[in-house]
Design a protein around this ligand. Structure first.
Ligand SMILES: NC(=O)c1ccc[n+]([C@@H]2O[C@H](COP(=O)([O-])OP(=O)(O)OC[C@H]3O[C@@H](n4cnc5c(N)ncnc54)[C@H](O)[C@@H]3O)[C@@H](O)[C@H]2O)c1
Length: 301
């Protein structure tokens, strides 16, 4: 069945370029009213312009869709609140939030200034927190919400020179995990997208042919499934160049050591067993880890 967003209102942050632009165009093409947010700065976050987001709005309108642009800096809560208020006063609600805006300030950790670390955390992590906070109570009250965090393989697996970016991107997975639990009874689903695409963020990091293969539209096809009524929940969808996969966190079954044996030497001796992945599983909440260990200890009594 065709996925449609008629009568749905979506906010896409950082939608003036790259992935956000492709997301906004596709959501609008499928019937959503879209807030095309973009600060319009350079890749490193400097500067400001409304040109790119206005061009996306013009394109959506030319295709018969409905959209407005908003230049909020996602790192500034007041500006974000104004963006959400604008969407609500025009269309009455916000159903979908795609946290996509982002910048890079790459340097090896030894050379990275704390200022660059904080700025990247501010845009990716606090930017997503601010936007989510501004729509959260609306979504709870209307008993409907679809939120997407944009994470990255750099966070999940590391990438040289991206300690700031990787930390911020992985923090978004932590944010998702708790929001999934808190949003469940209000029909709010939260997922994460781990894209790989040829955009201005990555174009000088890869050969031209690779950039062409990594079209943003291929990622958007995955993103759309996370915005749908039938979206999954708590899924990290990895997408790029027509490839789609999920990334998952599992915990090994582990071992139990009685009190007298709870020494670093014993832990080291059991390393092969405690890292054995045969019975590993995903835990649906942090407390499940405590439960697992306490159950093992009780069973040994
Ligand atoms: N391109 C990739 O391969 C890749 C891989 C992993 C993750 N990502 C993530 O995907 C998202 C989109 O990246 P992209 O490749 O399309 O980059 P891009 O640079 O083409 O687009 C990012 C957009 O975000 C906007 N933006 C930046 N800071 C902002 C702020 N404070 N407030 C509002 N808008 C702001 C920029 O103006 C820009 O238009 C980012 O979160 C990025 O980290 C991209």
């Amino acid at each position: 069945m065709t996925i449609r967003f008629d009568n749905k209102v979506a906010i896409v942050t950082g939608a003036g370029n790259g992935l956000g632009r492709a997301h906004a165009l596709e959501l609008a093409a499928r019937g959503a009213k879209v807030v095309v947010n973009d600060l319009g700065g350079a890749r490193d976050g400097s500067g400001q312009s409304s040109q790119a987001s206005e061009e996306v709005v013009a394109l959506i309108k030319a295709n018969g869709g409905d959209a407005i642009s908003h230049g909020a800096n996602v790192a500034n809560f007041d500006e974000v609140q104004d963006m959400v208020d604008t969407a609500v006063s025009r269309w009455g609600k916000v159903d979908i939030l795609v946290n996509n805006a982002g910048i890079l300030r790459d340097k090896s950790f030894s050379k990275m200034s704390l200022e660059d670390f904080k700025l990247v955390m501010d845009v990716h992590l606090m930017g997503s927190v601010n936007c989510t906070k501004a729509v959260w109570d609306l979504m709870r009250e209307q008993n409907y919400g679809r939120i997407v965090m944009t994470t990255s393989s750099s966070g999940m697996y590391g990438n040289f020179g991206q300690s700031n970016y990787g930390a911020a991107k992985m923090a978004l997975v932590g944010l998702m995990n708790t929001l999934v639990l808190e949003g469940a009874k209000h029909n709010i689903k939260v997922n994460a997208l781990a894209p790989t695409a040829g955009t201005r963020m990555t174009e000088d990091l890869m050969p031209e042919q690779m950039v062409k293969i990594l079209a943003p539209e291929a990622v958007t096809a995955g993103l759309i499934t996370l915005c749908d009524e039938d979206a999954p929940n708590r899924t990290i969808l990895c997408a790029g160049a027509g490839g789609y996969a999920t990334a998952n966190m599992f915990e090994t079954e582990g071992i139990f050591l009685p009190i007298a044996e709870q020494t670093p030497e014993a832990v080291r001796e059991q390393w092969a067993q405690l890292t054995n992945q045969e019975q590993q599983c995903a835990l649906e909440a942090g407390v499940k880890q405590s439960e697992k260990f306490v159950m093992k200890a009780m069973a040994a009594l």
